[in-house]
Design a protein around this ligand. Structure first.
Ligand code: HEC
Ligand code: HEC
Length: 325
């Protein structure tokens, strides 16, 4: 018996040492580096700078970029992400103005394109989870975002203010080593589906462009950005998100389940919620939901058609009820 305890004790000791060594290794290694493996055709890409592409890119930026990168005075100089979950803090976004030294003025269109798809920079460093990657965005939409980054939008005019490089905490390093990786480049060109195919177009707007599923599934760390439908609790909500005050605002179940989702809503209620941020029960929908006011009516109605095809998830979400004044 004594011998058995001894073996047990030694085994535990070895496991503890291995865990300690692994933790030290992750802490030292940090967020992994990756090969900047850009295909030559992508490296040579040039965003078309015509006004239609710039306008499309500016619209996409209101849905995807500005909220995270906008400093206090409206310039896109980066900011502290106060709404990160406490165990992932601290973290901040970076300067994406046209400043050559402190922003992205020296990046080529190809480098931006590859980065927005994968999160990998020219020096091999990788932007961890909080900078979203866009593996499903249509090629032309991605080029529009780059055209906008090059435009004369005053929010992007060169600005030298810069936050220091991020010092990610252990959990972020750990997740970046074992759970969350750069998405693969798309194998085929991606085009925006024809608007007459409402479900396909709606799927593109919801999953590919706006990534509504990312907030509206169960957990940021259990998602598949290349196959969103494989994400845990796809559109069933409950993702424990925070507002800027650090209060919990879980995402809503927006599947068509009649008791716990939005299966009893009519289209007008959905439209008002998505476009104008109105809760049909009265009052606003709270941040981090935000009014997607630049979406066209066709885009909102196509998303509604698409959501009818998403399998209903039974998940009662305990909702945020507003600040106590
Ligand atoms: C949820 C917040 C968030 C959103 C949304 C977001 N970003 Fe970022 N972005 C970040 C963070 C955080 C970093 C810094 C990552 C790091 O330190 O490695 C970053 C880094 C970047 C960089 C690299 C800058 C550098 O100097 O290395 C670029 C370029 C960029 N973002 C562009 C965009 C564009 C364009 C969009 C919209 C299509 C966007 N981001 C949307 C949070 C965000
Ligand atoms: C940044 C995260 C985030 C993104 C992106 C996001 N949502 Fe939300 N959404 C939320 C949160 C959190 C709530 C809950 C807000 C509340 O309780 O007031 C919510 C609420 C909603 C509601 C209200 C549901 C109800 O039962 O009251 C609808 C509808 C909705 N979102 C649709 C969408 C659609 C469609 C998209 C994409 C175009 C989207 N959301 C993108 C976080 C997000």
């Amino acid at each position: 018996m004594k011998r058995l305890f001894k073996i047990f004790g030694i085994t535990l000791g070895i496991i503890a040492i291995l865990i300690g060594a692994f933790a030290a290794y992750i802490g030292f290694k940090g967020v992994p580096q990756y090969q900047f493996d850009i295909p030559p055709a992508m490296a040579a890409l040039q965003a078309p700078l015509d006004s239609a592409h710039v306008a499309r890119g500016a619209k996409i930026a209101t849905l995807l970029c500005n909220e995270c990168h906008r400093g206090a005075d409206g310039k896109l100089i980066g900011k502290e992400m106060l709404d990160l979950p406490a165990d992932l803090k601290p973290g901040h976004s970076l300067n994406i103005t046209q400043d050559k030294e402190h922003g992205i003025g020296e990046w080529t269109d190809g480098e931006l394109y590859y980065f927005l798809r994968t999160g990998i920079r020219k020096d091999g460093s990788w932007a961890p989870p909080f900078m979203p990657k866009f593996p499903l965005m249509a090629d032309d939409d991605l080029l529009s975002v780059i055209a906008w980054l090059r435009s004369d939008d005053p929010a992007l005019a060169p600005d030298p203010r810069e936050l220091p490089p991020n010092q990610w905490n252990f959990l972020v390093k750990f997740l970046s080593n074992v759970a969350i990786f750069p998405p693969a480049l798309p194998a085929q060109p991606i085009t925006v589906p024809d608007t007459t195919d409402k479900v396909a177009f709606g799927r593109y707007v919801a999953d590919g462009l706006c990534a509504c599923y990312a907030c509206h599934s169960a957990d940021f760390t259990k998602q598949d950005p290349v196959h969103p439908e494989k994400s845990l609790g796809f559109y069933g909500g409950g993702n424990p998100m925070l507002n800027y005050e650090g209060e919990l605002v879980p995402s809503a179940n927006i599947t068509m389940d009649k008791s716990t989702g939005i299966g009893n809503w009519n289209y007008e209620q959905f439209y008002e919620a998505v476009k104008n941020g109105k809760n049909p029960k009265g009052g606003p929908l709270y941040y981090p939901m935000f009014p997607h006011s630049t979406l066209s009516d066709a885009e909102v109605s196509a998303m509604w058609a698409y959501l009818q095809t998403v399998p209903p998830v039974v998940n009662e979400v305990k909702r945020y009820t507003g600040k106590v004044e």
